[in-house]
Design a binder for this molecule. Structure first.
Ligand SMILES: Cc1ncc(COP(=O)(O)O)c(C=O)c1O
Length: 396
């Protein structure tokens, strides 16, 4: 790892967010693991998170011998239902993870209030929420620490990649020591493969080619021929060899390049949300109405459809880039959920969202035409006809 490139990326990211420290890692899940280690999480502890997440977010909890406790979501922003949070707290609760799903900010006031009453630290999962704000304040600056992902389909990408941000000097000091003593650098082979993949991605992946590229990418990942988001060994609650890995110089340089256009990235995604809202409204569909003091920057635009399987099957033929997050409460569908303490029926609102929600692109290669085509496609397939208004409007 070139200490220089990674250190420059860490400084740039911390400055942009307005926090004291940042630590770059191979992936977002490694960043989360570092935070949990710094908070001293271990056997018998409980970590609360929404039951509408990625299994890679649950793994670090299990690796440390702690137990995930799932709270159901509310159906508008897909974030943890704060009305159910208090009941989930026990004397063993050691962390609350506030995941800003799709980029919609969590109700941070309620979460910080409940956490504060019980003296529990809040960690923010900002993997999907680059640039989102809650009451004028950046997501990622509320809790004791936050983690970010720079994986292929995240708000900005270094191929794979992750970051911890914090203004807590104690957490920063422990992570610094962990990095000094335990962090491994990626192998030259892994770093080089990732560099080539970033180049291929830049040249070949567009909304109309995404479905083919994704299928090919998954096949190559299974064959071990590319650096994928998740190896087979990561679908088990035991830490695989070499998990605690730092960021390569190539990833850090890619991150630094993206920092130069971070504000344009955020502005574009805001614009895309409005484009989708407008296109849906023109077709007579309801759009997500959220409290005015939430300023979401969406990594993907979620929308509910009558028949998700059909939408996913037909999208490639219609030239529409469609995403399937979250396929089950602990995405993806291959997750052996019983090994992670999730049983069917635990989070019914999340399970319904898993059956209904697809998502559409907001990234830089998507434009108003993409939004019109995507919306035309989902509208043709039909909606589950549900009226969705925000929590403050009091209707669910
Ligand atoms: C909400 C959320 N948090 C964390 C992660 C983990 O990030 P990474 O893939 O960089 O490890 C993911 C998945 O990719 C995610 O969707």
């Amino acid at each position: 790892m070139s200490a220089n490139a990674a250190a420059r990326f860490e400084d740039a990211f911390a400055n942009w967010l307005g926090v004291e420290s940042a630590f770059a890692f191979w992936k977002g899940r490694v960043a989360m693991y570092a935070i949990l280690r710094a908070l001293g999480i271990g056997a018998g502890d409980e970590v609360i998170l929404p039951g509408y997440t990625c299994v890679m977010d649950v793994n670090p909890i299990k690796y440390l011998g702690a137990e995930p406790v799932y709270v159901d979501i509310e159906p508008v922003t897909y974030n943890m239902d704060v009305n159910q949070l208090g009941e989930a707290v026990t004397p063993r609760t050691k962390v609350i993870v506030a995941q800003h799903t799709y980029g919609y900010p969590c109700d941070m006031e309620a979460i910080m209030d409940i956490a504060g009453r019980h003296g529990i630290p809040v960690v923010e999962d900002c993997c999907l929420a680059l640039g989102s704000r809650y009451k004028g304040k950046m997501c990622g600056t509320f809790g004791v620490a936050s983690y970010w992902s720079f994986q292929w389909n995240k708000p900005f990408t270094t191929g794979v990649g992750g970051m911890v941000t914090t203004s807590d000097p104690r957490i920063a000091q422990v992570i610094e020591e962990l990095c000094r003593h335990e962090l491994r650098g990626p192998s030259l082979k892994a770093a080089s493969m990732l560099s080539i993949q970033r180049l291929v991605y830049r040249l070949l992946v567009y909304p109309r080619t995404t479905a083919v590229a994704t299928a090919l990418f998954r096949w190559l990942t299974r064959k071990g021929l590319v650096i994928g988001s998740s190896a087979t060994s990561e679908f088990a609650p035991e830490m695989p060899e070499g998990f605690f890995m730092g960021m390569s110089a190539g990833q850090a340089r890619a991150g630094l390049r993206q920092m130069r256009r971070i504000e344009a990235n955020v502005a574009h995604r805001r614009q895309m949300r409005l484009a989708y809202d407008e296109a849906l409204q023109r077709c007579g569909w309801d759009v997500t109405v959220i409290p005015e003091d939430m300023d979401p920057v969406l990594v993907r635009y979620p929308v509910r459809v009558a028949d998700k399987a059909r939408a996913v099957a037909e999208a490639p033929r219609s030239g529409v880039e469609i995403g399937t997050w979250f396929e089950c409460p602990l995405h993806p569908i291959e997750t052996p959920m019983h090994l992670y303490g999730y049983r069917e029926g635990l989070c019914p609102v999340a399970e319904k969202a898993c059956r209904e929600v697809v998502n559409l692109p907001t990234h830089r290669r998507a434009n108003e035409g993409t939004a019109r085509r995507g919306v035309g496609f989902v509208v043709r397939l039909g909606s589950p006809k549900q009226r969705l208004v925000g929590p403050e409007q009091g209707e669910r």
